[in-house]
Unconditional design. Structure first.
Length: 462
């Protein structure tokens, strides 16, 4: 008999019918007359109650139906008398698919800490919390594609192995097939990369933007959505060494349209999750963050504040607040500064623009003042920076000057410069850190808890 998912059995539609379902046992309780099993199959945060009339089953048969075991059950779906559940199955027959040793299954008790669950990331998807987070993450990924596809953007797959450092920060993971214990050397004693797989040094990409610009200046508007890698030793609740980024890039867009798109995009994703992941969001809100839903709704209701970095720094300086990192014009903002602007000063998301050129990447368009660039960072409550983007420098000579000033290896950049040589156009784009979006929507507080298998310094388990 065909299996019906638990999410479809929890509505009254199939009441009175004989159905088959399967899942993992969360708990079993009861007495010698009747036994109740709470079954979960991952399709919803809710469990389905399976009722075993012990006149039809023996203790021996049910002995191995323990927490963590998997079973397949056939029975009649009936209306439930139990509190908080619409339906339940009255079991007629069942098969034990896989036993689970009660002495060693780590998810025996409820209420494990998130830290402990990180150590058993191979099993944590079976908890209510991670089930909810992973379903929301999946829905958000779908929303990303839906938003851009409906706007006529093309999904462009940019390379993961690259020979250029987009953000110029040097925080790249090297990719090599050279024998590390026996490196080939040139005459001057340096490593001979001509013998490496690609004939030159390569690394995992930190961003698909540079190739994204090649796509945008041909197809008009593209977006990427893929993994990116950063070898920065940042042990914070908002940094991963491997994270997913969405990078739209649009020809003929100036900075204002770029900001409009970023705001519309992020609101669309939050709305999508509220409309499609209600049970999971409500569960997480009850468990961890009672203000979650009102925070999500307030982001949708408010227009984001737009102000310049210079104005933002002035507000911070005049706030009288003691920050851990002092702030003055020219310094990069820390998440405590970003969150002060968003959570305490404006009480809504902020798009900060026109940052000093020295703290931003080489490709950003220089303003008339010669000091600032047309950058935009979207700052969010609880998160800080969620999006970073800019209008791009479209002028060949100005771009070349920046590349030289910042000592960026020119020979790697010839193909990028060609876009400015042949039919250059104003263009803009941004990058949304997907896990930061998932963090915001789920109300979780550590980025390690919104990606199935986090990669962070000293951690590549699973
Ligand atoms: O601000 P970033 O470094 O910008 C870029 O990479 C540009 N090339 C984007 C573009 O204009 N196309 O990164 C963009 C976003 C950040 O705002 C943040 O949300 C996220 O990526 N991010 C990280 N997320 C998790 N872990 C990290 N280590 C991250 N670094 C950046
Ligand atoms: Mg940034």
């Amino acid at each position: 008999m065909k299996r019906t998912k638990i999410t479809d059995l929890l509505t009254p539609a199939l009441i009175g019918q004989v159905v088959t379902t399967a899942g993992w046992v969360r708990t079993r309780r009861g007495n010698k007359h009747v036994q109740f099993v709470a079954l979960n199959d991952g399709s919803t945060v809710k469990n389905l109650q399976v009722v075993f009339d012990m006149a039809k089953f023996s203790d021996e048969q049910l002995k191995s139906v323990t927490t963590g075991s998997s079973i397949k059950v056939t029975g009649i779906l009936v209306e439930s008398m139990g509190k908080g559940q619409t339906t339940e199955i009255q079991a007629e027959s069942f098969v034990l698919l896989g036993a689970s040793d009660p002495d060693t299954y780590p998810l025996q008790k409820k209420g494990h800490t998130l830290e402990f669950l990180r150590e058993i990331a191979h099993l944590r998807p079976r908890t209510n919390t991670f089930g909810a987070v992973l379903r929301i993450r999946s829905a958000l990924a779908f929303a990303v594609h839906k938003f851009f596809q409906e706007k006529g953007f093309f999904y462009l797959n940019t390379p993961l192995i690259t020979a250029s450092d987009c953000e110029g920060a040097g925080a790249m993971f090297q990719v090599t097939t050279l024998d590390l214990a026996n490196l080939p050397k040139t005459e001057d004693g340096s490593i001979d990369y001509s013998q490496d797989f690609f004939g030159k040094p390569t690394a995992l990409t930190v961003s698909g933007q540079l190739e994204g610009e090649l796509g945008a200046t041909a197809l008009g508007a593209i977006y990427t959505f893929g993994p990116t890698f950063r070898a920065e030793n940042s042990n914070t609740p908002r940094h991963l060494s491997e994270f997913w980024m969405i990078e739209p890039e649009m020809a003929f867009y100036e900075i204002e349209e770029n900001m409009d798109l970023a705001e519309e995009f992020i609101k669309y994703c939050v709305r999508y999750a509220l409309d499609h992941c209600r049970d999971d969001i409500e569960f997480l809100s009850q468990m961890y963050d009672p203000e979650l839903i009102s925070r999500l709704e307030s982001v949708l209701a408010d227009e984001f504040v737009r102000l310049t970095y210079t104005e933002g720094v002035k507000i911070l300086e005049e706030s009288g607040k003691k920050f851990e990192f002092p702030v003055s014009w020219g310094t990069d903002l820390q998440s405590e500064h970003e969150r002060y602007l968003v959570e305490e000063h404006f009480k809504r998301p902020v798009i900060l623009t026109d940052y000093p050129k020295d703290i931003k990447a080489f490709y950003m368009k220089l303003n008339e003042d010669g000091k600032t660039v047309r950058a935009m960072d979207v700052l969010f409550p609880k998160i800080g920076e969620i999006i970073g983007g800019s209008e791009r420098e479209a002028d060949y000579n100005k771009l070349l000057t920046r590349i030289e000033e910042m000592n960026i290896p020119m020979k790697d950049m010839w193909w990028y410069l060609d876009t400015r040589k042949f039919g250059t156009v104003p263009h803009s784009g941004f990058g949304l850190g997907f896990e930061r979006l998932v963090l915001f929507v789920t109300g979780m507080t550590n980025i390690r808890d919104v990606i199935p298998f986090p990669r962070t310094p000293n951690n590549a388990e699973f």
